[in-house]
Design a protein around this ligand. Structure first.
Ligand code: FCB
Length: 430
């Protein structure tokens, strides 16, 4: 018998980030990066899905498909285009959108920082400088006050490890630096920024009489496996890479207790700095040295990332061991440009989650619509809804219909399995 039932009370929806869907010539680090020629297909976030203007069409489509929750991002550079100057129209825009969600029974979770910085912040050194945390907190303060009781769930910072590693170690994202020292320092500053923002949001919501506040940051977590499990060096590097990439930050950001290689973290008392475990999970990395890779002969997506469904539970379990809190899968999805295996991917990951012992309360699929996938630009499609970038036409994919049916049925029945999943196969990498 195939199929599964969703966990009791578990809610399903999608996640997105402002830069990846909104479009517009907003003066931020990713438009700048695109203008400097670093996007593989030459596209820029100025086009994307035009969601900033088409938000009602997109959000109404979410409602049609029965989505229960939506993780959305705010573009800091739109809200605060110049240091200390706020754009009232942009603020009103985001308020309108979350109001719409609340009125239509879709619960919003708002991400405050998702990789992109306003250029004025980038130019002054962004999170390389501890004193710049004050700028981020001013923005957080503004948003939380403006949203008031309309939002009581926040992600402070999305994937601080990916931001730091890609921007400061690999040099492939803004600002294009290559320094292990800086990478670790930026991780430090991000950890402080999160902990300060966590406290601030709670204080503000309390002052405003808002209840049920839940705040966290989104961990990008992978399984790190030794290329040759018998090789002691491979095993050592798998552990070391995991610690540098995610383990150390997860502990520090969640508890305020510095964990090597994060060292000079001195301000916050040790405690608990998240109200739920936020898991962004995509893949497993195979390690033979300091870095990551993909094993041969395994199922992969269109970007070559290994598809390893059980890893979503393994990663959530590791975080749960640090602090046993409700689990939100804040991102999970795959690049499948022709929508040939996304139904199977959805099935396998949701089944793993629904049959594990963890308290999984939310699942936000990445992403609702195809979107601007950072340096891969428009060439990597992660959506449940297809976007024709030229005409901006939306078309629900088969996987979008499957998702709708999962929500309606509270799981996957044998009939649904046969209709959507049975005939789909993953492709192996050689
Ligand atoms: C995650 C990012 C998200 C999206 C997916 C595919 O690492 O948080 O913005 O690009 O990967």
């Amino acid at each position: 018998m195939n199929g599964f039932t969703l966990k009791e009370g578990m809610l399903l929806g999608t996640a997105s980030a402002a830069t990846q869907i909104e479009g517009g010539e907003t003066d931020h680090s990713w438009l700048d990066w695109a203008h400097r020629g670093f996007i593989a297909d030459g596209s820029t976030p100025a086009r994307a899905d035009g969601h900033y203007r088409r938000w009602q069409e997109d959000d109404a489509l979410m409602e049609t498909l029965g989505l229960q929750i939506a993780r959305i991002g705010v573009e800091w550079a739109r809200v605060e285009p110049k240091e200390g100057e706020y754009d009232e129209e942009a603020l009103a825009h985001y308020v309108r959108e979350v109001e719409w969600f609340n009125d239509h029974g879709i619960r919003p979770l708002v991400t405050l920082h998702h990789f992109t910085n306003p250029m004025w912040f980038e130019r002054k050194g962004a999170f390389e400088k501890r004193e710049n945390i004050a700028d981020f907190l001013r923005f957080v303060d503004k948003m939380v006050r403006v949203f008031g009781a309309r939002v009581n769930e926040y992600i402070t910072i999305n994937e601080p490890n990916v931001y730091a590693a890609n921007g400061y170690y690999f040099g492939i994202w803004p600002p294009g630096e290559r320094s292990l020292f800086k990478t670790i320092h930026v991780m430090n500053v991000l950890a402080e920024a999160h902990i300060d923002a966590y406290g601030l949001i709670h204080v503000l919501q309390k002052q405003m009489g808002v209840t049920g506040t839940r705040v966290s940051y989104a961990n990008h977590v992978r399984v790190f496996a030794p290329k040759d499990p018998q090789n002691i060096l491979h095993r050592f590097f798998a552990r070391l890479t995991e610690r540098f990439f995610q383990g150390s930050l997860s502990k520090t950001m969640g508890t305020g207790k510095p964990s090597f290689p994060i060292r000079n973290f001195g301000r916050a008392p040790h405690g608990l700095y998240c109200d739920f475990i936020a898991v962004n999970y995509y893949t497993r990395s195979t390690v033979a040295g300091f870095g990551d890779g993909v094993r041969q002969g395994v199922p992969v997506n269109d970007m070559g990332w290994e598809i390893y469904p059980q890893g979503i539970v393994e990663c959530a379990q590791k975080l749960y061991a640090i602090h046993p809190l409700p689990v939100y899968i804040t991102e999970n999805g795959t690049c499948d440009n022709r929508d040939e295996f996304r139904c199977r991917y959805l099935y396998d990951h949701l089944q793993a989650l629904c049959t594990c012992g963890l308290p999984v309360e939310r699942y936000y699929h990445w992403c609702f619509t195809d979107n601007f996938e950072w340096t891969a630009g428009e060439s990597a499609r992660f959506g449940l809804v297809h976007v024709d970038y030229e005409t901006q036409q939306r078309a629900v994919k088969r996987s979008g219909l499957f998702y709708r049916d999962i929500i309606a049925a509270g799981g996957v029945t044998e009939e649904m399995y046969q209709e959507y999943v049975e005939h789909q196969q993953y492709r192996n990498n050689g």
